[in-house]
Design a protein around this ligand. Structure first.
Ligand SMILES: *Cc1c(COP(=O)(O)O)cnc(C)c1O
Length: 369
């Protein structure tokens, strides 16, 4: 039996996609590849809900965050990093290392970015050249109200750059309607692919800023990437297999329908939250901003996260995530993004129950077995 992989990436890959991944190689500067690249680009635009250009880089999600920084900023640019967890901090740190003048606005982990507080920061300390926002903060299981934040950030003229690595394809993100300039994601989360392909959208405004942006770049250069993509190629050897897989996973998303995909994630997240509470666990994330992609809960008093994680894997082939940084030992996280059904989650939750009972946790009597 395959692992029931309930971490927030890499996520399970559907059988049909796995088959595509094992296809023989083709010429990455040939006509077949050009047609696959074109098809993938159009399909990806629909998932990003955008007419903007889509750029591909062979990388994990973090590569696209770095690409956004080096292509749109110059050393000394004032940047606001809105952070609600570890990924928000990471993006701010990338910008800082490249010489941006970064101001961090950090919210308590487990909470969403409060739009009023962001507005006040922009008013009091602006103008900023760019604002970095995490859509879905995977370390805490919190999804920001991206539409509300965009409405506040856009009028200031700052470039709005969004880390949508764990939300694109499972949480509604309307790139064009909300005016998001740069949106970054990776293949191994809701897109149901193995790791290794970074994807990002670039608005006309971002292209304009890019023209004069001075940060050093070579591998990540947007101009180079788009010039090649317009010819049906990439500057450097692309992960060809992942494009075979992407073409198929985009078909799966289209067959289900994007709104249905979003609804499935919301319903499954509600199911996980309810089940965890029935097991007597306290949820970690503020319910107003609880993520459709990943659910976090406090470990019961007296236990550590690994005490739960290891037996789940060793005895039951169920793999969950634990906390990051100061939350390492304090929370568990259950990923439900991409290829996931209620059956997968029911199995995960029933084995979680077993493990908790074995550890001496008192499951409330009302909890269904
Ligand atoms: C997974 C993830 C990333 C990127 O992580 P990689 O390991 O580089 O793919 C960035 N941001 C968020 C919110 C993520 O969940």
């Amino acid at each position: 039996m395959p692992l029931n992989l309930r971490i927030p990436g890499p996520t399970p890959v559907p059988e049909e996609v796995l088959q595509e991944l094992s296809r023989p190689m083709i010429n990455h500067r040939g006509r077949e590849y050009a047609s696959i690249l074109a098809e993938c680009t159009e399909g990806v635009k629909r998932v990003f809900q955008t007419q903007n250009d889509i750029l591909f880089f062979p990388s994990s999600g973090s590569g696209t965050l770095e690409a956004a920084v080096v292509n749109a900023l110059s050393p000394g640019d004032r940047v606001l990093g809105v952070s609600i967890g570890s990924f928000g901090k990471r993006w701010g740190e990338i910008a800082r290392r490249y010489g941006a003048d970064v101001t961090m606005l950090e919210f308590e982990w487990g909470r969403g970015a409060d739009p009023e507080t962001v507005a006040a920061k922009l008013r009091q300390e602006g103008p900023f050249k760019a604002v970095l926002v995490t859509h879905n903060e995977t370390s805490t299981g919190v999804t920001n109200d991206m539409k509300a934040l965009a409405e506040i950030i856009r009028p200031t003229g700052a470039l709005l750059m969004v880390d949508a690595v764990s939300s694109l394809g499972c949480v509604d993100l309307q790139t064009d309607n909300w005016g998001l300039d740069v949106v970054c994601t990776g293949s191994q989360k809701a897109l149901m692919l193995p790791p290794g392909l970074g994807l990002m959208s670039v608005s006309p405004r971002a292209w304009e800023v890019h023209k004069t942006a001075q940060m050093p770049r070579f591998y990540w250069d947007w101009t180079n990437a788009i010039n090649y993509q317009r010819k049906g190629e990439n500057p450097y050897t692309p992960p060809v297999s992942l494009y075979f897989g992407l073409r198929k996973s985009l078909k799966l998303i289209e067959q289900e329908g994007l709104p249905n995909v979003f609804r499935r994630h919301q319903e499954l997240a509600a199911y996980v939250r309810q089940s965890l509470q029935e097991l007597g666990l306290n949820l970690f994330a503020d319910p107003t901003y609880a993520s459709p992609a990943i659910t976090s809960a406090y470990v019961p008093e007296g236990l550590s996260s690994k005490q739960i994680q290891y037996p789940l894997e060793d005895k039951y082939d169920v793999v969950i995530a634990i906390g990051q940084e100061h939350l390492l030992d304090k929370i568990i996280r259950i990923g439900h993004m991409g290829y996931v059904t209620k059956e997968h989650l029911a199995e995960c939750l029933s084995y979680l129950r077993e493990v908790l009972v074995e550890l001496g946790h008192k499951v409330p009597a009302s909890a269904a077995a």
